[in-house]
Design a binder for this molecule. Structure first.
Ligand code: GRF
Length: 200
C-alpha cells in the first residue's frame, strides 16, 4: 500500500524533480507523489508535474486572497487526494496551524541552511546565502525538518554541510547547497514514508 505524498511548490521545482527521480529509481520506498500544489501559477514546477503525469493545482493569492481561505483550500486538496505525507519543496509560504495540525509530524520541509542558523521568517532563498556570505561563514548546508507551527523550527530529520569557498557568490553557494538538498530531501522523505507506513 503506497504512502500518498502531496508536494507543495512555488518555483523551479528542482526539489520536486529530485523527488520524482527518486521515486522512479525506487528510492522513496512506498512513497508515491500523487499531487503537486503550487502557490504560483507560473511555477516551472507545474510543468515538471505535467511532464511526469502528476496532477497539480494552483492555490495562490489571486484565487484565495485571504490566508484562511487559501489554507482551507490547501487542506481540502490534501484530503481530496487522501494525502498521507506533505513535502514542502521550495514552497515559499507558511502553512496555517490548521493544516500543520491535520498532518502532525507528517509534513517535511527542506531549508537551504544549517538550522538553527539562518532560518525563520524572511530567511528564504537567496536571502539565506547572502547572510551566510556576509557573516563570512566557512560552511553552510541544507536541512530537512518536520514542519510545526513555527517557521523552520520542527524536529530536524537530516542535515548535510558544504564548504563556503573563497570567491563564492550567492549563486555559486546556492547551487552547491541545492545539490545537497536534492540528495537529503528524497532520503528523508523515503525514511518518513517507511515510518508512516509502519503506523498506518
Ligand atoms: C531554493 O532556494 C531551495 O534552496 C529552496 O527553495 C528554492 C527553490 O527550490 N528550498 P526548487 O528548485 O523550487 O525546488
Amino acid at each position: 500500500m503506497s504512502i500518498r505524498i502531496s508536494v507543495l511548490v512555488s518555483g523551479g521545482g528542482s526539489n520536486l524533480q529530485a523527488l520524482i527521480d527518486a521515486q522512479q529509481a525506487g528510492l522513496l520506498g512506498n512513497g508515491k507523489i500523487v499531487q503537486v500544489i503550487s502557490s504560483r501559477a507560473d511555477a516551472y514546477a507545474l510543468k515538471r508535474a505535467a511532464i511526469n503525469g502528476i496532477p497539480s493545482i494552483v492555490i495562490d493569492k489571486n484565487r484565495f486572497p485571504k490566508d484562511a481561505d487559501r489554507n482551507a483550500a490547501i487542506l481540502s486538496a490534501l484530503q481530496s487526494a487522501s494525502t498521507d505525507m506533505v513535502v514542502l519543496a521550495g514552497y515559499m509560504s507558511v502553512l496555517s496551524p490548521s493544516v500543520v495540525g491535520a498532518y502532525r509530524n507528517r509534513i517535511v520541509n527542506v531549508h537551504p541552511a544549517l538550522i538553527p542558523k539562518y532560518c525563520g521568517m524572511g530567511m528564504c532563498g537567496q536571502h539565506v546565502h547572502r547572510a551566510v556570505l556576509a557573516a563570512q561563514e566557512k560552511e553552510s548546508g541544507a536541512t530537512v525538518h518536520i514542519v510545526d507551527e513555527g517557521v523552520d523550527t520542527g524536529r530536524i530529520l537530516s542535515q548535510e554541510r558544504v564548504p563556503v569557498m573563497p570567491g563564492d557568490t550567492v549563486e555559486t553557494l546556492a547551487a552547491r547547497v541545492l545539490e545537497v538538498e536534492h540528495k537529503i530531501l528524497p532520503a528523508a522523505v523515503g525514511q518518513l514514508a517507511s515510518e508512516i507506513e509502519r503506523i498506518k
